[in-house]
Design a protein around this ligand. Structure first.
Ligand SMILES: Nc1nc2c(ncn2[C@@H]2O[C@H](COP(=O)(O)OP(=O)(O)OP(=O)(O)O)[C@@H](O)[C@H]2O)c(=O)[nH]1
Ligand SMILES: [Mg+2]
Length: 566
């Protein structure tokens, strides 16, 4: 808040200095106050959002979800007889029920989270049949749209998270009933009778035969379902799917639109009473009800595919780093308070043959929006010639200055030789495994990264403590996860070295040395062919310093990991 006040004061001071139309100034001031008000509101809104997210302990990282899906129920058949003037005993004319709607799953590129997917999905029910041979309408399909990169698995019987299927649900509803009541309920769920004919029907042989046939058919359906469970639904929806139009389907039967993968079929409609017409049953007074749609439980998991995952405490500068690497294209929020980033965000880094990355070509520094900081930074750059970064040898052997002949944007296409993705994560703190802070559920998406990179704040009194906590939390999440780490980025190196005096610079060097020593002794990673020592790279994400070195190393890790995988 104080920063905003300073900003508004400095603006007012600026206005005060320039001589010009006073009325214009007054209106400007009003406008700017309004602007500051908006900024303040925006800041408060963001903080409220962070607090809310923190309170609910990371439960809303929707990268996995269990949903119960039910196909639509079929419509009931109808018992009716044709009535016409001068025709007293018309034939049976009840229409059959319509089919219940199927449920499909369709990968969609414009979705990024699973949060819009309802936990219960039910297909639409088919219409009931009606008199004068009117069949019920079949229900339209229901489509569940999921983001690309969703893995879908069907939960099998025996899994406690799975909901009951249609037969188990029926068994449950029959619990505690005597044999008579049980039979009556089963019949009630399957048959529709002509008014006042229910008792008469059930005693007739034709009905008993029809009932036996129905149960036989039901057993066949149950068997088919069991067979299907031998190859349960298992989809890995990584790509957008083509629209498939089949050319050789009969006219009017062709599928005109690709609806996705069918997961739960709707139930068939019930049969109208004309279906039970036979020489010995000239006036059937019963029809069947529609079948229930398939019920199943699906486990959805969204995998964010990033080659490199950034792991660090809140405020270490992970988001700033990703913004610097992508030249501001990765729209991840940067601010000076903890837990700014609430969800993992992935950015693409494009690299030229000589290690120049596109982000460095933009020539922009990554600010956290405040004009005051911007101004301070500019002043510092101008006056502090031998500032701390230089003394820390940030630029010694690999200057970040790009080649003059390479341009960002489309021009970069010709120079691009390698491309990889980096995921910026929310801050991980000690105790995340007990759901402190934002928890650590977001690490799930890191499981698939090829390499992890620690980001620590070098300006902290003891950055090695951060490293120890980060490694512990990774191990608590999944034993062996910290073995994926390849590099430690010691960020905010620009803050060291004070005004450039000898003692401060020596102190900064000593700190970096200690960090390197700690990494060499305590952070050694076991690999199949021995041990690996992590690289330590001092950087300043904010000033885009020494990032080229980090990018070159990241590229090396990915290339190694990819060749091992192949
Ligand atoms: N001086 C300096 N400040 C930096 C540097 N990198 C980041 N910062 C500042 O540190 C603060 C936090 O940066 P973020 O990038 O939001 O940090 P983060 O690690 O993403 O934080 P969370 O999202 O909360 O986990 C911001 O005010 C940045 O401007 C750096 O290299 N030097
Ligand atoms: Mg962040």
């Amino acid at each position: 808040m104080s920063r905003l006040l300073c900003r508004s004061l400095s603006r007012q001071r600026r206005l005060f200095h320039c001589s010009g139309a006073p009325r214009q100034e007054a209106s400007n001031t009003v406008l700017e106050t309004q602007e500051d008000d908006d900024d303040l509101q925006d800041l408060l809104r963001r903080k409220r959002k962070t607090e809310w997210k923190r309170r609910q302990g990371g439960q809303s990282f929707l990268d996995n979800l269990i949903i119960n899906v039910r196909g639509g129920n079929g419509g009931d058949g109808c018992v009716a007889f044709h009535r016409e003037k001068w025709k007293p005993m018309g034939p049976p004319s009840g229409g059959s029920g319509g089919r219940g709607g199927d449920v499909y799953i369709l990968p969609t590129p414009n979705l990024t989270t699973l949060s819009s997917i309802p936990k219960r999905v039910r297909g639409a029910a088919g219409g009931n049949g009606q008199g004068t041979w009117q069949n019920g309408k079949s229900a339209p399909p229901t489509i569940i749209k999921v983001p690309l990169g969703t893995v879908i698995r069907e939960l099998l019987p025996g899994d406690s998270r799975r909901a009951k299927d249609e037969w188990e649900a029926e068994e449950e509803s029959l619990k505690g009933l005597g044999p008579e009541e049980r039979r009556a309920k089963l019949r009630d769920d399957r048959w529709v009778h002509y008014p006042r004919y229910a008792d008469d029907n059930v005693n007739r042989d034709v009905f008993k035969q029809a009932e036996a046939a129905l149960y036989r058919e039901e057993r066949a359906r149950r068997w088919a379902r069991k067979q299907r469970l031998l190859s349960p639904i298992n989809l890995d929806l990584d790509k957008t799917e083509e629209v498939m139009i089949s050319d050789d389907a009969p006219l009017g039967m062709g599928q005109h639109e690709w609806l996705g993968h069918i997961v739960a079929r709707g139930g068939n409609g019930g049969l109208g009473n004309p279906h039970f017409l036979s020489p010995i049953n000239r006036s059937p007074k019963f029809a069947t009800r529609g079948h229930e749609g398939e019920r199943l439980t699906l486990y959805l998991e969204l995998k964010i595919l990033a080659d490199i995952g950034l792991v660090g405490m809140p405020n270490a500068g992970k988001s700033t780093l990703l913004r610097a690497l992508t030249g501001g294209r990765a729209k991840t929020e940067v601010a000076g308070y903890a837990f700014t980033t609430l969800n993992p965000i992935v950015g693409v880094i494009r690299v030229a043959e000589d290690g120049t990355f596109e982000g460095a070509l933009q020539g922009e520094h990554i600010f956290d929006e405040t004009a005051i900081e911007e101004e301070r930074l500019r002043e510092r750059e101008l006056s502090d010639i031998d500032n701390a970064e230089e003394q820390l040898r940030l630029q010694d052997d690999s200057p970040d200055s790009p080649r003059p002949d390479i341009e960002p944007g489309h021009d970069f296409d010709v120079h691009e030789t390698f491309r990889f993705t980096v995921a910026d994560n929310p801050g991980l703190i000690s105790g995340s495994s007990e759901n402190v802070g934002l928890g650590h559920s977001f690490l799930r998406s890191m499981e698939r990264s090829l390499a992890l990179v620690y980001v620590v704040d070098l300006s902290r009194p003891e950055p090695w403590d951060e490293l120890r906590d980060l490694k512990d939390e990774l191990e608590k999440y999944q034993p062996g996860m910290s073995d994926k780490a390849h590099m430690v980025i010691a960020n905010k190196a620009d803050l060291l070295g004070g005004e450039g005096d000898r003692d401060a610079v020596e102190e900064a060097r000593e700190k970096l040395r200690r960090l390197e020593e700690y990494v060499k002794t305590e952070m050694v990673v076991k690999t199949p062919d021995g041990e690996r020592i992590l690289d330590v790279i001092p950087t300043s994400a904010k000033m885009s310093q020494n990032l080229k070195k980090a990018v070159v190393l990241m590229q090396k890790y990915i290339q190694q990991a990819r060749t091992v995988k192949v």
